[in-house]
Design a protein around this ligand. Structure first.
Ligand SMILES: Cc1cc2nc3c(=O)[nH]c(=O)nc-3n(C[C@H](O)[C@H](O)[C@H](O)COP(=O)(O)OP(=O)(O)OC[C@H]3O[C@@H](n4cnc5c(N)ncnc54)[C@H](O)[C@@H]3O)c2cc1C
Length: 420
């Protein structure tokens, strides 16, 4: 066990999309010392890939890394949705929102996104194998005082501000008193399929709707295809959570059974290490609006603040928006030497939360409703939902929801006035 002491302006817990992007935004506005503590031994790219929408590309552009990723991934302008029971196919356009060139929807490797963010940070900013175990205030009676973080390896960090970017099971959110995320009753399997000689899919992205399941795949380049399947959770799903071979077996033998051979062929080409299963959780929108998402010098961002179901593909995009808004607000607390004015931290985190909470609550609600409709199901309520899904949803509602969501502009970061 190593004993270490560290004094920083801002500590961030979690080196996922939210934590790394927040650290980069803070570096860009000139904060002189930032540490990101991450419990894993390296960057975690569970889920293999994710869709980034124009709102995410705007944030990545502000963070200065969009240009690294855009040339690597082709834009996704539309996808086809096939109802397995009838064979009827609809084409869904993603071109609804006016989008600057390059900022179209793209499916990117999670690892590429995380590495692009991480390599912009000064060496030593990220401390891997560093699990947060407790948080205490520097002055117990003063909510606006800085905090002391204890890490599992014995390290003690004193910070003027703490941002919890520690994901859906956030310890920082618990410390703040936020409600525990709710299980939606659905789960998702994701994976990456590799075709060394090229996959030859010319028809682009495709989704298939079953009775209680939805699947889809997205060619990312000539040789790799990202795929997913969502369905109602079974009690036994948890047993396979840490076993990619069991997950894959379950998909091929059970979950994907009613889906066309094209989808099963994609699944059969999966790179085992990329296959994962996750229960789909969300925080109630009103808990994000009125709940304690910040207190004194501590706040949460990304999934720690607003976990949502993935049905609009917005969790990671929203984490990138958070980072820019956080960077802009925390810049208002800076002294000329890049140190944070501790007296102003509480106000700046309050402004950050005010700017983000309605947006985040809307995304959670939109994703949940979208998921319920897309999932279909059985019973009279589910029949009504299925009626909407098969009739109007993909044709009229989904493109409108997506274009209203992805038109969001997180705004700029202020020009740095202090030496970086
Ligand atoms: C099936 C599925 C599909 C999705 N598809 C999309 C999509 O297409 N587009 C999109 O934008 N989003 C998508 N999402 C959502 C997206 O994956 C998340 O919103 C995003 O990864 C959240 O990033 P984060 O940094 O907030 O949290 P995380 O990625 O969970 O990162 C949290 C980090 O904190 C670390 N950590 C946790 N606790 C501690 C601790 N105590 N001490 C130190 N470190 C700690 C973890 O190890 C982890 O690295 C999808 C999600 C799912 C489940």
């Amino acid at each position: 066990m190593s004993e270490d002491r560290l004094d920083v302006e801002v500590a961030i817990v979690g080196a996922g999309i939210a934590g790394l992007a927040a650290a980069l935004a803070m570096k860009k506005v000139g904060i002189k010392s930032i540490v990101v503590v991450e419990s894993a031994a390296g960057l975690r790219s569970t889920g293999a890939a994710l869709g980034l929408f124009p709102n995410a590309w705007r944030a990545l552009d502000v963070l200065g890394i969009a240009h690294k990723l855009i040339p690597l991934y082709p834009p996704l302008r539309k996808f086809r949705v096939t109802h397995t029971s009838t064979g009827a196919t609809q084409e869904v356009s993603l071109d609804g929102a006016p989008v600057l060139r390059g900022m179209e929807v793209r499916v990117v490797h999670r690892r590429a996104l995380l590495e692009s963010l991480a390599e912009e940070l000064p060496p030593g900013t990220i401390r891997f194998s560093s699990k947060l175990t407790s948080i205490t205030r520097q002055k117990p009676t003063d909510a606006s005082s800085g905090v002391i973080l204890d890490l599992e390896d014995g390290t003690v960090i004193r910070a003027k501000a703490l941002i919890g970017c520690d994901g859906v099971h956030s310890a920082v959110a618990r410390w703040l008193g936020l409600s525990t995320p709710i299980d939606s009753g659905r789960g998702a399997v994701r994976g990456l399929s590799v075709y060394p000689d090229g996959h030859g899919f010319s028809s682009g992205s495709q989704q298939f709707l079953g009775k209680n399941e939805r699947t889809g795949f997205f060619p990312m380049n000539d040789k790799e295809i990202y795929w997913f399947i969502t369905r109602r959770s079974n009690p036994s799903d948890k047993d396979m959570a840490k076993e990619p071979d069991l997950i894959l077996k379950n998909v091929t033998e059970t979950m994907a059974k009613g889906f066309p051979p094209a989808f099963r062929d994609v699944v059969n080409h999966s790179e085992l290490s990329t296959v994962s299963w996750a229960p789909l959780k969300f925080r109630l929108p009103w808990d994000v609006v009125v709940g304690p998402t910040h207190r004194g010098s501590v706040a949460v961002a990304g999934d720690a603040m607003h976990p949502m179901t993935p049905d609009l593909g917005q969790g990671g995009c929203a984490a990138l928006e958070d980072a820019v808004v956080l960077g802009r607000n925390i810049a208002a607390t800076l002294h000329i030497d890049g140190s944070v004015d501790a007296e102003k931290v509480e106000r700046c985190l309050d402004d950050f939360v005010r700017e983000r909470r309605w947006r985040a609550a809307g995304l959670i609600a939109g994703a949940y409703v979208s998921g319920r409709i897309q999932q279909g199901g059985s019973g009279w309520w589910e029949s009504a939902v299925k009626f909407i899904r098969d009739g109007a949803f993909y044709r009229y509602m989904f493109p409108r929801i997506v274009s209203s969501v992805v038109g969001y502009d997180c705004g700029p970061l202020p020009i740095t006035l202090v030496p970086a």
